[in-house]
Design a protein around this ligand. Structure first.
Ligand code: ATP
Ligand code: MG
Length: 139
């Protein structure tokens, strides 16, 4: 069992499809062991995406991620990081496989509905950026 960190992004909360996304997560045997709805501040979003700070899309990304509520989550299951990356699909929904969250729900390369950690190391860092251990309740 391991954990990954997930964000359901503003394009999805706006369209009222957080339940549809959670159903895909749960149907794939990942347990949602922590979850809260928040509005990211500019500072919090910039800290989260600091790795992309020199990319041309950075300012747009921060504006988008702070444009509405997000759902931050901790997912638990076997190979949670890799499994969730597979369930999410490619960053650009045009390249995402059938059956993935982004294929089904993403609007474009920016408004792509979900975030998932890309390594176990980053999962731990990202979970700790949003949650205290006592907020995470395993099944
Ligand atoms: P995430 O980190 O959100 O899980 P990812 O790992 O698939 O997504 P990254 O390369 O880490 O993709 O990019 C972070 C986010 O920045 C993307 O999910 C998307 O919202 C946005 N983004 C990435 N590339 C572009 C781009 N070329 N144009 C606009 N936005 C982009
Ligand atoms: Mg990423």
């Amino acid at each position: 069992m391991n954990r990954t960190f997930s964000i359901i992004k503003p394009d999805a909360t706006k369209r009222n499809i957080t339940g549809a996304i959670n159903k895909i997560i749960e149907d794939n045997n990942l347990n949602i062991v922590a979850q809260k709805r928040i509005k990211l501040s500019k500072e919090k979003a910039e800290g989260f995406y600091v790795i992309h700070k020199d990319k041309p899309f950075f300012n747009d990304l921060i504006e988008y991620m702070t444009s509405g509520p997000v759902i931050v989550q901790v997912l638990e299951g076997e190979n949670a990081v890799d499994k969730y990356r597979k369930i999410m699909g490619a960053t650009n929904p045009e390249n995402a496989d059938d059956g993935t969250i982004r294929k089904k729900h993403a609007l474009n390369i920016q408004e792509n509905s979900v975030h998932g950690s890309d390594s176990n190391e980053n999962a731990i860092i990202e979970i700790n950026y949003f949650f205290n251990e006592n907020e995470i309740i395993s099944n």
